[in-house]
Ligand binder design. Structure first.
Ligand SMILES: NC(=O)c1ccc[n+]([C@@H]2O[C@H](COP(=O)([O-])OP(=O)(O)OC[C@H]3O[C@@H](n4cnc5c(N)ncnc54)[C@H](O)[C@@H]3O)[C@@H](O)[C@H]2O)c1
Length: 341
């Protein structure tokens, strides 16, 4: 049974990923500090779902509650479990909050990130996979975004930390021959989602008859990506890195292929839609209209995101399966059941 360390395992993406990995027969070692950036009870409920999943599958899950800034606790896990793969999802997420409390981003996204990559190198993990973000494309207007575009102009501090992660990972791959894979997620949505993101904020407000704020007067576009497709993308990278010979050749480092050991991929849906269309689909699914308040653009936000997903498709055969109507339906069904409205 292969062991995989997943940080941020009580998070939106981390919990769904952990369930999938348990299902696939991995021994998952989860780390999360259960911080109160949003509902701690939602994080605990996600952890319960992971534990439930271990009852019906051959994989295992063991969870630990501490911060990835704590390198001593982290090292104990590396020593004890010797994970073959690491997926680092723990981070302070959220573009807008990074304007309010940048220190938190420095701690989790930079200090914590470096602890994990440092230990991944020290304990020879097969691949260090980590969450980057579509926000690294900043104000790029050349759509769809592809991985060879310049990402030197972040427009939020959150994006700046994600860009730093990519640069640090590149240096580790180059210096130490550590295989690293950065995944630029595009607006992930679905069951067990994040209360600070638009799908949950809008659904809650529509159901309770409250107003919703629509920034930049609705002139926004997002490449909404369903959670199961994102998880399939991550799992595909785990399997691919297990089989790729170019990924793990630390005995004979070849400087000419060191770039190949640091890979970056967009993980999107490849089908961006206007925010107003997204709200319309939500209204249809909920069966109720939103009370819309139009507001100007907010600092840190980008007007549009759109993913070119060819690179990941070529590497692992990534192919998003859930379209927006279906995905929104699944999300609204989950929300109503979970919140019991
Ligand atoms: N959800 C998206 O649309 C999206 C888009 C782009 C990138 N990402 C990135 O993907 C990753 C996962 O995102 P998510 O939506 O699941 O976010 P999330 O906030 O739901 O999950 C992150 C988890 O990490 C934990 N955490 C935060 N800081 C920690 C620390 N210092 N030590 C230990 N645990 C810590 C939190 O408690 C949380 O449970 C993040 O790195 C995020 O920046 C997400």
């Amino acid at each position: 049974m292969d062991t995989i360390l997943v940080t941020g395992s009580a998070g939106f993406i981390g919990s769904s990923l952990s369930i999938k990995l348990v299902h696939k027969g991995f021994r998952v070692i989860g780390v999360d500090n259960l911080n109160s950036y949003y509902s701690v009870s939602l994080k605990k409920d996600r952890l319960k779902e992971i534990i439930k999943s271990t009852k019906f599958n051959k994989g295992k899950y063991e969870g630990f509650n501490f911060s990835i800034e704590n390198i001593n606790e982290l090292e104990k896990l590396f020593t004890k479990y010797k994970p073959k793969f690491v997926v680092n999802l723990a981070a302070q997420a959220g573009v807008r909050y990074s304007l309010i409390d940048p220190h938190q981003y420095v701690q989790s996204n930079l200090v914590g990130f470096h602890n994990i990559i440092y230990l991944s190198k020290k304990y020879d993990v097969r691949n260090f996979i980590y969450a980057s973000s579509s926000s690294v494309y900043g104000g790029n207007t050349n759509m769809p975004f592809n991985e060879s575009q310049s990402v030197d102009h972040p427009v939020s501090f959150y994006a700046a930390t994600k860009k730093c992660n990519e640069v640090i990972a590149h240096s580790y791959s180059h210096i130490y021959d550590l295989p690293t894979t950065g995944l630029r997620f595009f607006t992930v949505y679905g069951p067990w989602g994040r209360p600070d993101m638009a799908p949950m904020i809008f659904t809650k407000a529509i159901l309770s008859g409250d107003e919703i704020n629509i920034f930049n007067n609705g002139e926004m576009m997002r490449d909404f990506t369903y959670i199961d497709d994102v998880v399939d993308g991550i799992v595909g990278c785990v399997y691919k890195s297990a089989e790729s010979s170019d990924n793990f050749n630390r005995d004979k480092p070849d400087p000419s292929i060191s770039f190949a050991k640091h890979k970056i991929f967009n993980v999107g849906n490849g089908n961006p839609i206007k925010l107003m269309k997204f709200i319309e689909l939500l209204e249809l699914s909920i069966g109720k209209s939103a009370k819309k308040i139009f507001k100007p653009m907010q600092t840190g936000d980008v007007i549009a995101t759109s993913a070119n997903i060819n690179k990941l498709s070529d590497w692992i055969g990534y192919e998003p399966k859930i379209n927006l109507t279906e995905g929104i339906g699944k999300f609204v069904k989950w929300y109503k059941e979970y919140v019991r409205i």
